[in-house]
Ligand binder design. Structure first.
Ligand code: UDP
Length: 474
């Protein structure tokens, strides 16, 4: 077969490791499993080194080409209170103006464009070239349902979200508690993006039939806003990176972490990390440290410097502190826990850590990639949502019996050390821990099956790939 015959698709991802990772995985599957040629369009930012390394490593596949779109400067549009999501919306909007020239020069002609939700604005540009656009919703079916329902909800309350009663009921889905929909999910800035969903050819979701059967049923059945039919949905998950996709595994701190884990007993360690962007306040960090110490449980902790202003403080900035974690952890903490814990202040090789035999629990901010990586490795969770749709994810994990969600006492804003100690013990030890372990291993099994030959997610993607290869779309 000659290169010319290979179907060529382009993938466009918004900034952030959590957005790039699943789209890159999809790109690789199309290349490796289906013989496609894929051009990966990356939006340049001052992203932490992890994102850049992730994309450099992918040049290893001959049929996967990465193009970095020109860097844009949005600093004049930002204020101190601009959140991560709005900042992404702004960066993407400006960058997309370069898309037409990129599409014009792309050889051979691309057959389809696959974008993440923040990049839905690419739809019009692609349409001008008669290129069909597909959406890859890199989160759960529940979040997909909410996203598709958002324009209806917006109309119902006339854009005033304070009018929403305490629950949002997306037809066919579990009611969502308003408390779980932290600001940043219901935002006027994302409405124009949601409004484009009925115009895409299909929606990939990073989930699988067996994980969210009821919600997927609802997503398929519910009409979109104003009765427009929703596009077909294709659950293709769990799409997670592999060990080999962690270029930072070779850094000194990463090596130290893996060597340290090698010396710990099986199933004894809790891994603590809040994703690429998550940050805690100084007080919250201190309570977490004390709680870990009191629990007497072994731990590895990616402890970024605290931030008093933002729960996503390290999303765009690397956020590493040259002084190291000692400068912002309680006095003497590192010494007292030397035998039992390891703290790094930069970046962990997360899949390598989660797949390590000594690791049994994960204190996670519930970013969807982290959730899937944890399930894929059979690791139970302590849910610590911080921003975006993470509280929804946390709620789902608790309902599924694979996570415990520590809560602040009374009207306090921080989770106290006693609560941290309690949840760490309950997840790592005793009957509750055992039950959670069993449950997460069940989910791990259904995920593996979905991806395997004849599995639901495998079939979903293969069906589309076949249609694309035949030159059309289903
Ligand atoms: N990650 C990592 N090491 C870290 C922190 C994060 O490898 O120290 C990876 C993690 O494995 C996941 C991604 O970064 O693939 C974070 O995505 P997620 O959706 O969990 O959260 P986000 O960072 O987008 O909030």
């Amino acid at each position: 077969e000659t290169t010319q015959k290979k179907p060529h698709v382009a993938v466009l991802a918004s900034p952030g490791v959590g957005h790039v990772t699943p789209l890159l995985e999809l790109a690789k599957r199309l290349v490796v499993d289906h013989g496609f040629q894929v051009t990966f369009l990356a939006i340049s930012t001052d992203a932490p080194p992890a994102q850049i390394q992730l994309l450099n490593s992918s040049t290893l596949l001959p049929d996967l080409h990465v193009i970095h779109l020109p860097h844009v400067d949005v600093s004049n549009l930002l204020t101190a209170s601009t959140g991560v999501s709005v900042r992404i919306v702004l960066v993407v909007r400006q960058t997309l103006s370069y898309l037409p020239s990129v599409l014009t020069n792309m050889q051979p002609h691309i057959q389809s464009l696959i974008v993440d939700p923040f990049c839905l604005g690419a739809l019009e540009y692609a349409a001008a070239f008669s290129i069909p656009t597909y959406l890859f919703l890199t989160t759960s079916a529940s979040f997909t349902a909410l996203t598709m329902y958002f324009p209806t909800l917006h109309a119902q309350v006339d854009g005033d979200y304070s009018k929403i009663a305490e629950k949002v009921v997306v037809p066919g889905c579990n009611p969502l508690l308003l408390d779980d929909l932290i600001p940043g999910v219901l935002m006027p800035e994302v409405l124009p993006l949601c409004n484009r969903i009925p115009l895409v050819k299909g929606v990939f979701i990073n989930t699988w039939e067996e994980l969210e059967p009821v919600t997927l049923g609802a997503v398929r059945k519910n009409p979109f806003f104003l009765g427009l039919p929703a596009p077909p949905v294709y659950p293709i998950g769990p799409m997670t990176k592999g060990n080999e996709d962690e270029p930072l595994t070779s850094t000194l701190e990463s090596k130290k972490m893996l060597t340290w884990l090698d010396k710990q007993p099986p199933d004894s360690v809790v891994y603590v990390s809040f994703g690429s962007g998550g940050t805690l306040s100084g007080e919250q960090m201190s309570e977490l440290a004390w709680g870990l110490e009191l629990s007497q449980t072994r731990f590895v902790w990616v402890a970024r410097p605290p931030s008093e202003v933002s729960a996503s403080g390290s999303f765009f900035e690397a956020g590493y502190d040259a002084e190291g974690a000692a400068s912002y952890l309680p006095d003497g903490f590192l010494d007292r826990t030397r035998e039992r814990g390891l703290v790094i202040s930069s970046w962990a090789p997360q899949v390598a850590v989660l797949s390590h035999g000594s690791v049994a629990g994960f204190v996670t901010h519930c970013g969807w990639n982290s959730v899937l990586e944890s399930i894929a490795q059979g690791v139970r969770m302590i849910a610590w949502p911080l921003y975006a749709e993470q509280s929804m994810n946390a709620r789902m994990l608790v309902d599924m019996g694979v996570a415990v969600w520590p809560k602040p006492a009374g009207d306090r804003a921080v989770v106290g050390r006693g609560e941290v100690e309690r949840v760490v013990r309950s997840v790592m030890e005793g009957e509750q821990g055992k039950a959670m372990r069993q449950k997460v291993i069940e989910l791990q099994g259904t995920g593996l099956k979905a991806l395997g030959l004849g599995g639901s997610s495998n079939a979903s993607l293969a069906g589309l790939a076949d249609a694309w290869r035949a030159g059309g779309s289903p």
